[in-house]
Design a binder for this molecule. Structure first.
Ligand code: ADP
Ligand code: TRP
Length: 324
């Protein structure tokens, strides 16, 4: 079973990314064939500052490695180090109907957020389909918001297979159904582009300040607190097991709970949770030669798989005109 997913280096990675995708990816490497990459081509749809893109790509690599992604056990690379994916995107583009892309919510959401409407942003799901198909992925762990994009990749794969020949595996989205979209500080989806994130690697004072700013309702202290749609409850729950979550529920339902105190407690829990990874991250980030070596090796492994598919694609579409 081949598991593949990517993440955009479009800002500092946050706990929505961690619980929605990164943690599950890292767990998969123990008993699956894992392909994990930093999708810097995709980030170009919203990042127009080269220095920033370079820095964020480097940071995302360090985050993954510090959190436990093992480049020996998995294939870990940066998307642009295997540029063949853009050629595959073109082949796929020509069998992708406009209607399929016009239906994508993510495009409309991004325009609403102020990201400029561009051809790149519109055709983003085709590049993502190439990312998935070129590596023969069976399963794609993503947060709920990416479900539609994986469905688009499936549609494109089926269309290509039917038009030219059966070469692509039909991928499946792998969404943790117990995990709703993780809310940000303001209650909207936690997202780099909403400025409502809790970064995984953040200094202590900033973390405290962020947690204290979590939006809460004005239920009086001596009344039970609502659980449904309560951002503080949802964020705290991420760090608890089933029993812990039940106990937290009881605390919410018992009059007397003070949101301010619970926020201080949550700050402590988050700080401690990521404690073991912080030192490791610092150590990794200070070794650019090691990072270079790891990423080159990762790209080689990824390219070996991608070129096999790409050669078949070239043959099926007919761009290999010298081949007999
Ligand atoms: P962002 O919205 O911050 O730019 P991305 O779109 O780069 O995040 O998402 C990277 C991965 O993290 C995707 O698999 C996505 O589904 C997941 N993810 C992002 N934000 C959340 C969230 N708030 N809750 C759950 N998963 C999320
Ligand atoms: N579109 C995904 C996101 O914004 C990132 C992505 C690009 C991806 N290519 C992928 C995810 C391939 C899974 C598989 O989160």
């Amino acid at each position: 079973m081949r598991v593949l997913s990517g993440i955009q280096p479009s800002g500092n990675l946050h706990i929505g990314n961690y619980f929605g995708m990164m943690k599950r990816m890292i767990e998969y490497q123990a008993d699956h064939e894992l392909f994990c990459f930093i999708v810097n081509f995709h980030a170009l749809t919203s990042t127009f500052d080269a220095e920033r893109l370079r820095r964020q790509t480097y940071d995302a690599i360090c985050d993954f490695l510090a959190l436990g992604l093992d480049p020996e056990k998995s294939v870990f690379w940066v998307q642009s180090d295997v540029p063949e994916v853009t050629e595959a995107t073109w082949y796929l583009s020509n069998i992708t109907g406009m209607g399929l892309l016009e239906r994508c919510h993510s495009y409309k959401d991004k325009l609403a957020k102020g990201i400029p409407a561009s051809h790149g942003l519109f055709s983003y799901p085709v590049l993502m389909a190439a990312d998935i198909l070129l590596y023969g992925a069976d399963r794609v762990p993503v947060g709920k918001d990416q479900k539609q994009h994986v469905e688009v990749a499936r549609d494109i794969a089926i269309r290509f297979n039917n038009t030219y020949g059966q070469i692509f595996t039909i991928p499946e989205a792998d969404i943790d159904t117990n995990l709703a979209t993780i809310p940000g500080l303001d209650g909207q989806k936690m997202s780099k582009s909403y400025g409502n994130t809790i970064e995984i690697f953040i200094d202590e004072a900033s973390l405290k300040q962020k947690i204290m700013s979590i939006k809460t309702d004005s239920t009086p202290v001596n009344e039970p607190k609502p659980i449904e749609g309560n951002v503080l409850f949802d964020l705290y729950s991420l760090f608890l097991d089933e029993a812990g979550r039940e106990a937290l529920k009881d605390r919410f339902l018992t009059p007397g709970l003070k949101y301010g105190e619970l926020k201080k407690e949550l700050f402590g829990v988050i700080w401690e949770y990521f404690e073991p990874y912080r030192a490791k991250r610092q150590q990794i980030a200070s070794q650019p030669d090691y990072i270079r070596q790891v990423m080159q090796a990762g790209a080689e492994k990824a390219r070996a798989v991608a070129t096999q598919y790409l050669e078949k694609m070239r043959h099926l579409v007919g761009t290999d005109y010298l081949r007999k």
